[in-house]
Design a protein around this ligand. Structure first.
Ligand SMILES: C[S@@+](CC[C@H](N)C(=O)[O-])C[C@H]1O[C@@H](n2cnc3c(N)ncnc32)[C@H](O)[C@@H]1O
Length: 186
């Protein structure tokens, strides 16, 4: 069985193609941004968001080291993503890693309102068969509330338009992360 991070990437590899437009909603240290940039290749586009200067710096450093040029780094919240992605660009995929920046300030965390607002915006721009992958970290302060609200929102999406998956190891201790994935039906 694939571990959580490997499975989150696998879910996107199945639907994202060269030349596509994709979004990293929480770029953090840039690992998912880098992964997405390689998936869509030089002629694709990655929009990567974070509210922390430090996260954008870390991501920028990783991308420069690897000579990656197809990423637009955006210093703003993912809840405002519709301002930045051109209206005629359909998204093939998007990824969130909820929680705080690893090795960063544990008080700066994703919030249920902003996460749900961003998911709603992305759903309007997602192409048929496109996917939103949400890696839910929930052991920190505020994490339980976000987990419950995001699960509730995603679990109530209309099954005529979306299928929603939860991928989780149920015998691990200490609040292990899990995945919620939303696929837009045709
Ligand atoms: C778990 S980390 C992301 C880890 C990242 N995917 C990586 O590979 O390193 C969560 C990130 O979400 C960011 N964040 C919090 N609220 C946000 C918002 N409204 N919009 C965009 N990013 C946000 C935090 O600053 C933090 O860097």
């Amino acid at each position: 069985m694939k571990k959580i991070l490997a499975y989150s990437h696998h879910l996107l590899e199945e639907v994202v193609r060269q030349g596509d437009t994709v979004m990293d909603a929480t770029c953090g240290n840039g690992n998912d941004t880098f992964f997405l940039s390689q998936l869509v290749k030089e002629d694709g586009n990655v929009f990567a968001f974070d509210i922390q200067e430090k996260a954008l710096e870390n991501t920028s450093t990783l991308l420069s080291k690897n000579n990656i040029q197809n990423v637009k780094l955006i210093h703003d919240g993912h809840e405002n993503c519709e301002k930045y992605i051109p209206t005629n660009d359909e998204l093939a995929g998007a990824i969130f890693n909820l929680g705080y920046l690893p090795k960063g300030d544990h008080q700066i965390i994703t919030t249920p309102q902003n996460t749900i607002r961003a998911i709603q915006s992305i759903l309007t721009r997602l192409r048929p068969n496109g996917r939103i992958v949400i890696v839910v970290y929930h052991g920190h302060m505020g994490g339980k509330e976000e987990k419950e609200k995001v699960l509730d929102f995603c679990g109530n999406l209309d099954q005529s338009y979306y299928q929603v998956l939860q991928y989780q190891f149920i015998n691990q201790i200490n609040h292990p992360p899990f995945i919620i994935a939303i696929e837009k039906l045709c």
